[in-house]
Design a protein around this ligand. Structure first.
Ligand SMILES: [Zn+2]
Length: 131
């Protein structure tokens, strides 16, 4: 039998019949079984304290107070929809980009280009004096 503790397997295999031989040869498994037995004995000796009178009432009061503090709980089913709406609003804001340039600016650029083209044509025709 391979050591279940060294193989990272299930140590509860040590509780199955036939595992005693391995535990007799393996110190690590023997310690694991000894610790388990010690824990069992301690649990057998443990006596829980009796429940105080009024414990249930006090517990329910605390639970109700906690429930009242969580005012957002009724809104909880809407959380995915609110998150999706927030993402959508963010995407719209990010995709809007800078303001579009006014058409007048484009018209001005076209006018300048036309003027430069006219000047070039006049130069090509020799109708202007060189600067
Ligand atoms: Zn072992």
């Amino acid at each position: 039998m391979e050591c279940p503790l060294e193989m990272g397997g299930r140590p509860e295999i040590l509780l199955e019949p036939g595992a005693e031989r391995h535990a007799a040869e393996c110190a690590r498994c023997r310690d694991w079984l000894r610790n388990l037995e010690t824990t069992r004995q301690a649990l057998d000796l443990w006596q829980p304290e009796p429940v105080r009178p009024g414990f249930d009432r006090a517990l329910w009061q605390r639970i109700e107070a906690e429930e009242a503090r969580r005012w957002w709980r009724p809104w909880r089913p809407l959380a995915p929809a609110l998150a999706a709406a927030a993402v959508l609003v963010g995407a719209v804001i990010l995709s809007s980009g800078p303001e579009p340039r006014p058409l007048a600016e484009f018209a001005e650029i076209e006018q300048i280009e036309q003027t430069l083209s006219d000047v070039q044509m006049l130069r090509d025709l020799g109708l202007t004096q060189p600067l």
